[in-house]
Ligand binder design. Structure first.
Ligand code: ASC
Length: 150
């Protein structure tokens, strides 16, 4: 039993650690990975935005599902900002990501915290609260783009 538990723990630790240890053959692969994650995050965030801004009717379940996806996706891009991956042609990543890495990490952590709050609020189904949390999350996306994206 003890062995089963420790194998299960080891397996779950591996799964949790996977994004952080994602290996990239070349810088272009890292760029593709982070752009894919950020693009998916934008797609699901926009579905929430459409409801928060009244462009589509509010559906609490859809809002909750999209907020949960955004929360999960928000954790993925960061390990893919590998050194040297600002030197490839198809990236908008600014060199400041690496030269001011503490500030970049702080900005990414702010965004993850705001989208986690948005996901929590989305579970309540309260549109007014979702609107506020969506606005805060959008501001945290923008803050990072303003400083670190070309
Ligand atoms: C989106 C999206 C972003 C953010 C940002 C918020 O829907 O794709 O990058 O919102 O525009 O300011």
């Amino acid at each position: 039993m003890k062995q089963v538990v420790s194998i299960a723990l080891a397996a779950s630790a591996l799964i949790v650690a996977l994004p952080a240890s994602a290996q990239f053959q070349k810088p272009e692969d890292a760029v593709k990975y982070r752009q894919s994650a950020l693009s998916l995050m934008g797609a699901h965030f926009s579905r929430l935005g459409a409801m928060a801004n009244g462009r589509v009717p509010f559906d609490a379940k859809v809002a909750q599902d999209n907020a949960a996806l955004v929360e999960t996706l928000s954790k993925l891009p960061w390990p893919a900002f590998v050194a040297g991956s600002d030197k490839v042609s198809n990236t908008k990543a600014k060199p400041e990501i690496w030269s001011d890495h503490g500030k970049f990490t702080q900005a990414s952590e702010n965004m993850m915290a705001e989208v986690a709050k948005l996901s929590t609020v989305a579970k309540t189904g309260n549109l007014d609260q979702i609107k506020v949390a969506f606005g805060n999350a959008a501001a945290s996306c923008k803050a990072c783009h303003d400083n670190f994206r070309q």
